[in-house]
Write a protein that binds this ligand. Structure first.
Ligand code: A2P
Length: 329
């Protein structure tokens, strides 16, 4: 199995390499790709080192699958060229997600939309992935009516330069900045660019991608996305209204055995999900389950997951595993 990782020197790309190795994905030939300035650099995988190659060289090698995390414009330009030589592209950028013919996949929710012909597959937005993993089992049981979500997102979601900005600020070092304001000791209600409707692009991704993944085109959903100075993962306060009557016992029963979820809901023992404890884990952690006493059939919950893992690398590798299980790669 020839596997290319495009953006192999970046935060998500590095995590993809780690997750491929951890999950014993049957890689026989690893093809790391990054920008021209990194060609020839050595990348470690499974105890061996591999030189970074250019896009053109990678395409000539006709990989079976290519995991992309090198930004939207790179994906727009290069994903079709890999697809042309028969490679399945699993793209972590937002470039292809809302294209009708492109499957947008969270395996726990909608693996069935994968087909052997759809060579470009989109990996959803990190905040969307962890939210739909938590909502899907509840939707199956109670039928979702409306969602209000507010996020508390880690700087790792912006990439290596954002981590450097936070650490520089913390250590009193002048350096390059990627956010419009300081991030340490601050909270930015601003992720990605503002749209004409007053929402940010990140907020609109959560709204539109949730509808597509859950196949609920009419779902009432609104989002506020916020960057905070944490590293381990994204947190979300989710208020979800359902058609049917709910009880906390039934909610727990639905979540307890759902794929990809770990319940951490014991307030008496101060047990609830946090980025520090979710860091470097693959699960979506759910807790603080409460009925919304101001509105019927409505639940409040707190959902945390490592955005570089389930929010990016792990979800992409799970899609590759699904393609392999189906015998397409
Ligand atoms: P490079 O290290 O050569 O710049 P992050 O999100 O952590 O900033 O990482 C972005 C990743 O995308 C890096 O691996 C980066 O490579 C890669 N990348 C950026 N631009 C391109 C490009 N035009 N072609 C291929 N890879 C790119």
């Amino acid at each position: 199995m020839k596997v290319a990782v495009v953006g192999a020197t970046g935060l998500v790309g590095t995590k993809m390499l780690q997750v491929l190795a951890e999950r014993n994905f049957p890689v026989t030939e690893l093809i790391p790709v990054a920008s021209e300035r990194s060609v020839g650099k050595l990348v470690e995988f499974n105890g061996q080192t591999f030189p970074v190659v250019s896009m053109e060289n990678a395409i000539e090698m006709k990989p079976h699958v290519a995991l992309f995390s090198a930004g939207g414009s790179t994906s727009l330009k290069w994903a079709p060229k890999f697809a042309e030589v028969g490679t399945f592209v699993i793209d972590n950028s937002s470039a292809w997600r809302m294209e009708n013919q492109v499957p947008l996949v969270v395996p726990e929710v909608n693996e069935e939309v994968l087909t052997s012909d759809s060579k470009i597959i989109a990996n959803p937005n990190c905040s969307t992935i962890q939210m739909v993993v938590a909502l899907e089992p509840l939707h199956k049981k109670f039928k979702l009516k409306r969602v209000i979500v507010s996020t508390y997102q880690s700087v790792t979601g912006t990439g290596q330069k954002a981590v450097e900005q936070l650490m520089n600020e913390r250590n009193g070092i002048e350096g390059e900045t990627v956010y419009p304001y300081p991030i340490d000791l601050n909270v930015l209600p601003h992720i990605d660019v503002f749209q004409d409707n007053g929402y940010t692009k990140e907020e609109m991704k959560m709204i539109l991608e949730t509808r597509k993944i859950m196949n609920l085109p009419e779902l009432k959903i609104t989002a506020t996305t916020v960057r905070i100075p944490t590293m381990g993962g994204h947190s979300e306060s989710i208020n979800a209204e359902f058609e049917s009557k709910i009880s906390i016992q039934e909610v727990i029963a639905a979540l307890e055995n759902a794929p990809g979820i770990v319940l951490q809901d014991n307030p008496k023992e101060k047990i609830y999900p946090m980025p520090l404890t979710a860091h470097d884990k693959d699960a979506v952690f759910v807790g603080r389950l409460r009925l919304d006493e101001s509105h019927e059939n409505t639940l409040n919950m707190w959902v945390v997951s490592d955005n570089l893992r389930k929010g990016a690398a792990t979800n992409a590798v799970q899609i590759a595993e699904a393609l392999h299980r189906k015998g397409w790669i």
